[in-house]
Design a protein around this ligand. Structure first.
Ligand code: ASP
Length: 360
């Protein structure tokens, strides 16, 4: 290219980058200015956001609580269930993932999906959907810490923000997000850190993906691990999920619970290890015994963050610790369980399962 054309090329490139950035961070379009508002499908599953003295709020009731919604999106609503998050079964998880995939497959103009859930196990539902929804469009999980009969009920604020994120073009490609308290977290990293406080959802060392403010939805980073549209897990092909249990390491813990889990039908066990994956010797013996019978054991950490590396360990006993097991990488034990259930629905090959733990 002739040298004198370079400045012109740079100018055009800068304008394109500026335009893309502005479009991604733009406030929600207003009706009339840019055609019809984005359509967002809302699935309500229950949780504190629906709790009220005298009976639970329905999806329709919840939408009525947020009149400003009509500035941002056209809602469609559906009652999937109306229970606490801990009461949802794994069969309902599969059904919900299939329903979202069906919505996206059948409706190419749908902008995104919002789901309300109880907050207790929300991070598990969100990560399950992050691995099983096969579309690039945003899926946002929302809840509340205070119920609708409480002063300071923040359900409507969180739900409106969830709709705004699902309607936002900038959210596409980020997989499943958890939106509460004005913050957007990735399903993979978010965890409930406090039993009662409003700021309970944190992505710990990684931080938020973005924030929701009065003027706009802003993103600062994007998830880099495989998820949603790039996931290999197909819930159409999974009838039921195999049993996987989570067992914690603590001082002088017996291996009996590991043995019992396997005897009761667990096809996989996630061990929430001490530090970088330590167990007691009784647990180590039990792990070796169940692994020989074909139970897949994944080593994680109970510390709340940090990575368990495949096949290596800094401790002198590391080789022994890693034998027969898959490393959870930086997944929290409850999320490692979700990934292990999906992995076991496809394969029992340890190397293949380790690949999945390194990629997702
Ligand atoms: N018990 C509720 C649940 O998880 C808690 C909540 O929604 O905040 O369903």
């Amino acid at each position: 290219m002739p040298r004198n054309r370079l400045p012109a090329v740079w100018t055009v490139l800068s304008l394109v980058i500026l335009f893309c950035d502005a479009a991604a961070q733009a406030p929600a379009p207003s009706r009339g200015a840019m055609g019809p508002l984005p359509r967002v499908h809302f699935l309500a599953t229950g949780g504190t956001i629906s709790n009220r003295a005298g009976g639970r709020l329905t999806a329709e009731d919840l939408v009525k609580l947020i009149p400003p919604l009509e500035t941002y999106a056209q809602p469609e609503f559906e009652q999937f269930s109306n229970v606490a998050s801990s009461a949802l079964t794994l069969d309902q998880y599969l059904k919900l993932a299939r329903r979202i995939n069906e919505l996206f497959e059948q409706d190419k103009t749908l902008a995104g999906v919002v789901i309300t859930s109880g907050t207790d196990t929300m991070e598990e539902l969100a990560y399950f959907l992050h691995l099983t929804v096969r579309d690039f469009r945003p899926v946002v999980v929302v809840g509340a810490m205070r119920n609708a009969s409480t002063i300071g009920y923040e359900g409507p604020a969180n739900l409106l923000e969830g709709f705004r994120v699902a309607a936002s073009r900038a959210a596409a490609g980020n997989g499943v997000m958890v939106v509460l308290n004005d913050e957007i977290n990735s399903a993979r990293e978010v965890t409930k850190t406090d039993a009662l406080r409003l700021h309970t959802f944190q992505s710990r060392i990684y931080g938020v993906l973005g924030v929701v403010d009065a003027d706009r939805v802003s993103f600062y980073r994007a998830p880099v691990k495989r998820h949603t549209a790039k996931s290999e897990f197909d819930v159409k092909k999974i009838e039921t999920l195999p049993r996987v249990d989570v067992i914690m390491v603590y001082q002088d813990a017996s291996g009996d619970l590991i043995t019992a889990a396997a005897a009761n039908g667990a096809r996989g066990i996630v061990v929430a290890g001490a530090g970088a994956g330590a167990t007691t010797s009784s647990q180590r013996e039990a792990i070796n015994a169940v692994a020989q019978k074909g139970v897949v054991v994944v080593m994680g950490t109970r510390t709340g963050s940090g990575r368990i590396a495949p096949g290596t360990d800094q401790a002198p006993s590391g080789g022994e610790r890693r034998r027969n097991t898959v490393a959870a990488e930086d997944l929290a034990p409850v999320k490692a369980r979700i990934l292990l259930m999906l992995a076991l629905a496809k394969t029992h090959d340890l190397a293949e399962i380790q690949r999945m733990f390194s990629e997702y």
